[in-house]
Design a binder for this molecule. Structure first.
Ligand SMILES: [Fe+2]
Length: 345
């Protein structure tokens, strides 16, 4: 198996390749290093089949879309990922075939709701779920320390002790660890109960990542131009939620609010479908098209997307434009479908 870490910095990007077929996958690429990755692949004679994000990153712009656009690689993320233009959504237990290699998907929410680890041969790429001597923070962007503890202890620690661990970040100069070593000495989890872990994680009080404002919502929406000025964290925190059952009751009772879907055109018609009578305005076009909604300024609006993330951004944008009664559908069309509520395609 061909294997390289390509950034030589705190944010880790890994390339794994099948020596026989010369096909490769890129794991957690940075946008600014896209040219470097393509050069390395060309130098060693590999072609990228997949550009994979282990989760939605908050501290750097993802390079998956640029790599895909330039090389024809397919973008892969876990099913709960919000971003559009993901070619393959995967779930726990799926395998991603790269030549003769088989990358097994291990769902590991907690750092984010769309976290996954990739297990191939003797190693596991742990994203920001399990770090070397640490764990990824779980205090924003849908983080959940209890889910994270379960993923680490029940899924990752169930792998053989000698499995090599390659995380998405390390700022202490480490390059790799093993499951056995983390199990016995990781100060966040070794010997800790679930309750102790949750308490420890709630007391970290970390500052938000430096580049969160340029990175997180841009990665969640795959918008990489200046068509949108993303709302800040304080604005996002004021957005009200409606759960799928509530919205469905309103529709059934004949008092439906105006439903605004902010996904891309192709998502509106894909497997998740859309809510009947909803109006589609992709997030990217919302600031320019908001004038078309001028007669809705005082009416009730519920914004809908894939996982309830872009809709939060859109609701905050509308509120800032003077729309008075905006909320968003929590969990988006993913939860709407999980609740088996009706959709149109
Ligand atoms: Fe992360």
């Amino acid at each position: 198996m061909f294997f390289r870490e390509l950034n030589r910095a705190g944010c880790k990007t890994y390339m794994v390749g099948c020596e026989r077929t010369r096909r490769a996958a890129l794991i957690d690429p940075l946008k600014e290093n896209t040219g470097r990755y393509i050069a390395v692949a060309a130098y060693f004679g590999f072609k990228f089949d997949y550009a994979i994000d282990t989760h939605t990153h908050a501290d750097h712009r993802s390079g998956t879309w640029d790599v895909a656009e330039l090389t024809g690689a397919k973008v892969v993320m876990e099913r709960h990922a919000e971003a559009p233009h993901v070619n393959h959504h995967v779930v726990h237990g799926d395998t991603i075939g790269v030549g003769d290699l088989r990358l097994k998907v291990l769902y590991s929410p907690g750092h984010t709701p769309d976290g996954m680890c990739l297990y191939v041969n003797d190693r596991v790429f742990t994203g920001d779920t399990l770090l070397i001597g640490g764990t990824g923070r779980a205090d924003f962007a849908g983080g959940d320390s209890s889910a994270q503890y379960d993923a680490i202890v029940n899924t990752l620690f169930a792998l053989p002790d000698e499995t090599l661990v390659f995380p998405a970040h390390d700022y202490r100069g480490n390059h790799q660890s093993t499951i056995g070593k983390e199990k016995s000495s990781n100060p966040r989890v070794a010997g800790k109960s679930r309750e102790q872990y949750i308490e420890l994680m709630s007391k970290l009080h970390l500052a938000l990542p430096d580049k969160i404002q340029e990175s997180l919502q841009a990665n969640q929406s795959a918008i990489d131009d200046d068509s949108i000025k993303f709302p800040d964290v304080a604005q996002l925190n004021t957005v009200r939620q409606m759960i799928p059952a509530q919205l469905f009751d309103r529709i059934r009772g004949g008092t439906a609010p105006f439903i605004l879907d902010v996904r891309e055109e192709e998502e509106y018609r894909d497997e998740l479908g859309h809510i009947a009578s909803s109006r589609l305005i992709p997030l990217k076009h919302l600031p320019a098209k908001a004038t078309e909604l001028a007669d809705r300024k005082t009416s009730e609006i519920v914004v809908v997307c894939r996982a309830g993330v872009r809709s939060t951004t859109a609701a905050a944008i509308l509120s800032a434009l003077g729309f008075e009664h905006v909320s968003h559908l929590s969990g988006g069309m993913l939860e709407w479908n999980e609740a088996r509520l009706p959709v149109e395609r």
